[in-house]
Design a protein around this ligand. Structure first.
Ligand code: MG
Length: 390
């Protein structure tokens, strides 16, 4: 079997407006990679772009990376990963190129699973058949007040979620808040309102599960340090991406001061070596890589094995389409130390509207790992065509 074509599918869906600490989202977008072979079997992957124009990723995948794997045996996944990595080292070991390598890697694993008749989790040596998940929400939105947040948290609890994470940090009045450098500060709340949002969620949750907050790296370390006591009083259990991951000294300070509040991160780090450098400095308690950005299934396995060496659990970051979530479930199923993974609960047609069979879960929102070959999902290609932009 040889690779005969590598192409891309770009999709866009205008979503209800929402924002985190740093950005406003008006449309969901995704870029899939399709790797075709002379046997007729093809694989699908997703390159996560963190908002970059999809057309740039399309050119990187089709013009820069595809030539390095065309005509090769697609089942030699590790060899092809190394080819893509080493032939693009100067401009590609981090950033969008690594995101695109990740998307191709996922497609190769999907293809191998289809060729073998096994889900990716089994190819990796499965450990779990269902994956615990936390509800990822609490975004800011036009007109959304405390009652709106309460209704949202109550909905997650009614669904059976044990753990919930909210966005916080969109407070322009805070000195040094990076939101002031972004395109706008609409739907902002005060620092006090943010703490109230957290304590309201904890009150509704009672003694159930873990409460998390995600600052999307908007705050300077001084503000996070000042808030530590407020976080404790609000009943916070884990804090995601409080500051830029490059601020290693700041993160070490936070780790010392936040005490029982776990630090989770960092979705924008790529590659096993970069994650390992952080683990050595103890800047995170829960390791949170992204499969469509951090290096694909191949590299996430290495990151997870490094995390095991440091006795740290792994929680997959996921804010993409159904392909991204399926890949996250498949790789999480192969780990002994998976922590609840991110289950985004915003309206997202690209995750929930383009599958013939939706993702299944039990009454506590543990997701069943899809057991069909490859990623294990049935894509509704007619819906995909309706959302395609290229
Ligand atoms: Mg995040």
């Amino acid at each position: 079997m040889i690779i005969t074509a590598v192409s891309t599918i770009g999709m866009r869906w205008e979503c209800p407006v929402m924002s985190d600490a740093m950005s406003v989202c008006r449309a969901r977008q995704a870029i899939w990679v399709k790797v075709e072979t002379d046997s007729g079997i093809f694989g699908i992957g997703e390159a996560f772009c963190f908002g970059s124009p999809l057309i740039i990723a399309k050119h990187i995948i089709e013009d820069q990376l595809a030539p390095t794997i065309l005509g090769e045996d697609p089942t030699d996944i590790e060899r092809l990963w190394q080819r893509m990595f080493w032939r693009n080292v100067p401009n590609g070991r981090t950033g969008l190129v690594m995101g695109c390598i990740s998307g191709i890697d996922i497609a190769l694993w999907d293809l191998l699973g289809k060729a073998a008749g096994l889900p990716i989790s089994k190819l990796l040596g499965a450990c779990l058949d269902r994956i615990p998940a936390y509800a990822s929400g609490g975004f800011y939105a036009p007109g959304k007040d405390m009652d709106g947040l309460k209704r949202e948290v109550e909905r997650y609890l009614d669904m059976g979620y044990q753990d919930i994470k909210l966005k916080i940090g969109r407070s322009p009045e805070l000195p040094g808040n990076a939101v002031n450098y972004t395109a706008g500060t609409e739907f902002a709340v005060s620092y006090e309102q943010d703490l109230e949002r957290l304590s309201t969620a904890r009150r509704l949750m009672g003694s159930r599960g873990a409460l998390g907050a995600d600052i999307n790296a908007a705050w300077p370390v001084e503000i996070v340090l000042k808030t530590a006591e407020g976080f404790r009083q609000a009943g916070l259990d884990f804090l995601e991406e409080p500051i830029l991951f490059e601020d290693i000294e700041g993160l070490k300070q936070l780790r010392a001061e936040l005490k029982e509040i776990a630090l989770m991160g960092y979705e924008t780090i790529q590659g096993c070596r970069n994650f390992t450098a952080h683990m050595k400095e103890n800047t995170m308690d829960i390791v949170q890589p992204d499969v469509g950005w951090g290096g694909g299934i191949s590299e996430i396995r290495r990151i997870a094995q490094a995390a095991q060496g440091f006795s740290k659990p792994v929680s997959m970051h996921s804010f993409g389409s159904c392909v991204h979530f399926a890949a996250s479930l498949q790789v999480a199923a192969s780990l002994t130390h998976t922590a609840p993974i991110e289950s985004e609960e915003n309206d997202n047609m690209l995750k929930n509207g383009i599958l013939k069979t939706p993702f299944a879960h039990d009454e506590h929102m543990n997701y069943y790992v899809p057991q069909k070959p490859g990623l294990g999902i049935d894509i509704d290609w007619e819906m995909v065509d309706k959302l395609r932009v290229f």
